[in-house]
Design a protein around this ligand. Structure first.
Ligand code: MEV
Length: 441
């Protein structure tokens, strides 16, 4: 073991010292381009300090493209949507789907619920039936015990909405849970929920000690749940199938609608396809979640768990073709905040929310569901018509050119040459090398 490679006090070192330490650490393994870290520091020291404070042991920043998908017509408003994503063709696909639906009534979005969830997990060795009988009274005591913590949230219309006692003792001896429903208004509410739950733990232990003096209560843990199936938004697009006639010269609108419906149905039936189908939805969802300073890990965890709630992982979107009408919709469970957290602290998240007109959390749920549906529409439209690679590789071409250090002139020649051909990494490499050989002949 290379004991000399362990370090203590790393977090206390300055940024420069951390980088120098890294340089020594990798000395044996070859060159580490440490100047690259510095090249990505923000030129404004105060902004750099803001970014650094979001996390720990920071040595640099990791920039990602911040793009805009315009023409999103959602509930009779038009949005230019900020999207942060590194994958080529995602923003182009979202923009193209937005434009397609723009004059067909746009995206109709509706929030179906805003309930957030927290859990207090505990062990109790006493008579659970006696506890259940006294639970309503206990519930009032628990809610009263967090009055000070919930004052501001209650003023905004939120707070603790309900508490359920869940009996898991058949799965694990003496294990019970308080499952708590919350309304956290425009904030994501993680800190609020966790503070309330921890106080519930203290109160529950104290109350049960009085009610059941001969029994044992042990609080195992108190934490929010990222599964929020009732924090749900639905986005829908629909039109007569005749309005889909122009999508592909190979199909009538009716034939396209049927093929599209079948593609969505496959994702409802088969988890292998559902995973990729939903990944396409999250291409759009995550990009806006990230741009607006929300927690994309929480959003993804929730969506995938929701997609598997029936017992088999399935598509989050659905499609019907009935009486000559094509209807495509997405049910997205998503817990977000538009105040607190990074939303104001990160200058670009703040700007993204400004661009969206300072939406409430519910409006942001609707916007993000529309983007997820648009992204899904664009992907499935390509899959059932041209195939995904045509558009994707066209967008990816710039990355390939960068990788081969192509000049502007070379880039133009490559684009011209591949305008009617299938683009692949190796084909571009070979064509570039042909071009370069010609120049040097
Ligand atoms: C690629 O990032 C996303 C897709 O695979 C989604 C899909 O297959 O539906 C194109």
């Amino acid at each position: 073991m290379e004991a000399k490679k362990f370090v203590s006090g790393f977090s206390k070192m300055s940024k420069v010292d951390k980088i120098n330490w890294l340089s020594d650490f990798y000395n044996d393994h070859g060159k580490l381009d440490i100047k690259m870290f510095e090249a990505f520091w923000h030129q404004d020291d105060s902004l750099q300090a803001v970014l650094e404070n979001f996390s720990e042991n920071t040595v640099s920043n990791f920039p990602m493209p911040f793009g805009i998908a315009p023409n999103f017509h959602i509930n009779n408003k038009v949005y230019a949507i900020p999207m942060v994503i590194e994958e080529s063709s995602v923003v182009a696909a979202a923009s193209s789907a937005a434009k397609f639906w723009m004059d067909k009534g746009g995206f109709k979005c509706e929030v179906l619920g805003t309930v957030k969830v927290g859990q207090l997990h505990f062990k109790f060795t006493g008579d659970i039936e006696a506890l259940k009988a006294q639970f309503e009274e206990l519930k009032s005591d628990l809610i009263a015990s967090v009055e000070a913590i919930t004052t501001n949230m209650r003023k905004r219309g939120g707070g603790v909405k309900d508490i359920a006692l869940i009996d898991f003792s058949s799965e694990e001896p003496d294990y019970y849970q308080l499952r708590v429903s919350f309304e956290t208004c425009d904030s994501m509410g993680a800190n609020f929920i966790n503070s309330v739950l921890e106080q519930f733990g203290i109160e529950l232990k104290a109350r049960l000690a009085v009610l059941f003096p001969n029994d044992r209560v042990e609080i195992i843990m108190a934490i929010l749940s990222n599964l929020t199936p009732n924090c749900l938004v639905r986005a829908t697009v629909e039109c007569p199938v005749t309005e889909l006639d122009k999508i592909s010269p190979a199909f009538s609108g009716a034939a396209f609608a049927e093929k599209f419906r079948m593609a969505v149905r496959i994702a409802e039936i088969d988890p292998y396809r559902a995973t990729t189908h939903n990944k396409g939805i999250y291409n759009g969802v995550d990009a806006v979640v990230l741009a607006t300073g929300n927690d994309f890990r929480a959003v993804e965890a929730c969506g995938h768990a929701f997609a598997g709630l029936s017992g088999s992982y399935a598509s989050l979107s659905h499609c019907s073709v009935e009486d000559g009408r094509f209807k495509f919709w997405l049910d997205l469970p998503i817990a977000l905040g538009t105040v607190g957290g990074l939303t104001k602290l990160h200058p670009l998240a703040n700007l993204a929310l400004e661009l969206l007109g300072r939406p409430s959390a519910s409006e942001l749920m609707e916007i993000i569901a529309a983007v997820g549906l648009a992204q899904n529409f664009a992907a499935v439209r390509s899959l059932v018509t041209t195939g995904i690679q045509k558009g994707h590789m066209k967008m990816h071409l710039k990355n390939i050119l960068t990788q081969f250090d192509a000049t502007v002139e070379e880039g133009q020649q490559v684009e011209q040459f591949f305008s009617d051909k299938v683009i692949s990494h190796s084909a571009v490499r070979d064509y570039l090398s042909q071009l370069r050989t010609k120049v040097h002949q």
